[in-house]
Design a protein around this ligand. Structure first.
Ligand code: F42
Length: 300
């Protein structure tokens, strides 16, 4: 199964147009990110409900800090009604960097996510948790319908899938009841070099935000990562992109021509991934990339 992520950093109607393109290209799930500095996720999903017909529509992901759980339950129920039953709630602990800017304290994220899911569960079904840390993955395995993992490389799933399965088994559930979604940075273009180049800025942010154990898993040193975070802290995007190595784009994105992308998708599916989410940047040109992925990656 294929999903696609849209960051609502453009007019909501434009996102709606892209969403319809994605539906026609064969994607089955759209995930809209939730950050205060972009368009509002619920407004976006409302518009998408009216501009699409069959694709499922999810928050990818909201959090229990900026939005009270009862309000989130009401919002997702509204989208479910508006879309004719196509809504999926993705929820996670939230993004520390944006919380710092908003003056929100990130206290007890694991407990907060669990409490919110159980509270919302009292009203609804179909929940996906956005997780990376081992405890959060185990929690998702024990209580969620699926997990959205911000990763693009098979080794990250070889680590995560057994942890999720363990969480499911401990809770007396069947491991296959928990969907595993690879929320990947994706960049497709007929020209491999152009595709890789377009993924560099996204990869720079991922490297800067990755915990040390994840960098270590892929043989990336803290010094290499620090060069990037220092550049990003100074808004020096050019130096940050220059410091992105081929190894980094290989590890933290699915980028290349359609054949390269399809080969990586197949590797991901072998690890137990059930949905590949095509995330930012999608490609050097989003519109043509959506069509290309539809024909030459999903279509194969
Ligand atoms: N964040 C956003 O804000 N907006 C988005 O649109 C978004 C999209 C998204 C999509 C997929 C995805 O996988 C993640 C996404 N995120 C988004 C990021 C997400 O919200 C999280 O920041 C990200 O998943 C990283 O969280 P994590 O799973 O690594 O969990 C953190 C909190 C962590 O440290 N987890 C530890 C672990 O092992 O899992 C556990 C920490 C712990 O146990 N804490 C205790 C507790 O009770 O919470 C407290 C400990 C103490 O002593 O206080």
């Amino acid at each position: 199964m294929f999903g696609i992520e849209f960051v609502p950093d453009d007019s909501v109607l434009k996102i709606g147009y892209m969403a319809k393109l994605a539906e026609d290209a064969g994607f089955q799930n759209i995930w809209i990110t939730d950050h205060y500095n972009n368009r509002d996720v619920w407004t976006t999903l409302a518009v998408l409900s009216l501009m699409t017909n069959k694709i499922r529509l999810g928050t990818g992901v909201t959090n229990p800090y900026t939005r009270n759980a009862a309000i989130t339950a009401s919002s997702i129920a509204s989208i479910n009604e508006l879309s004719g039953g196509r809504a999926i709630l993705g929820i996670g602990p939230g993004d520390k960097a944006t919380f710092d800017k908003m003056g929100i304290e990130w206290d007890k994220p694991l407990s907060r996510v669990k409490e919110a899911v159980l509270a919302i569960r009292a009203f609804l079904a179909r929940e996906h948790i956005g997780a990376q840390g081992p405890k959060m993955l185990e929690l998702a395995g024990s209580i969620a319908d699926g997990v959205l993992i911000n990763a693009s490389h098979p080794d990250d799933f070889k680590f995560a899938v057994p942890v999720i399965r363990q969480g499911a088994e401990k809770a007396g559930r069947k491991p296959e009841d928990v969907q595993v979604c690879a929320y990947a940075s994706f960049s497709a273009n007929k020209d491999q070099a152009k595709a890789v180049n377009a993924s560099k800025i996204v990869v720079a942010f991922i490297v800067a935000g990755s915990p040390e154990n994840v960098l270590q898993r892929h043989g990336i040193s803290m010094d290499e990562a620090r060069m990037i975070s220092d550049a990003l802290a100074k808004y020096d995007f050019k130096s940050a992109m220059e410091a992105v190595t081929p190894r980094m784009t290989e590890v933290f994105s699915v980028s290349g021509n359609p054949q390269d992308c399809r080969a990586r998708v197949d590797e991901l599916l072998k690890t137990g991934v059930t949905q590949v989410v095509v995330g930012s940047p999608i490609g050097p040109n989003k519109e043509s990339a959506i069509k290309l992925i539809g024909k030459q990656v999903i279509g194969r």
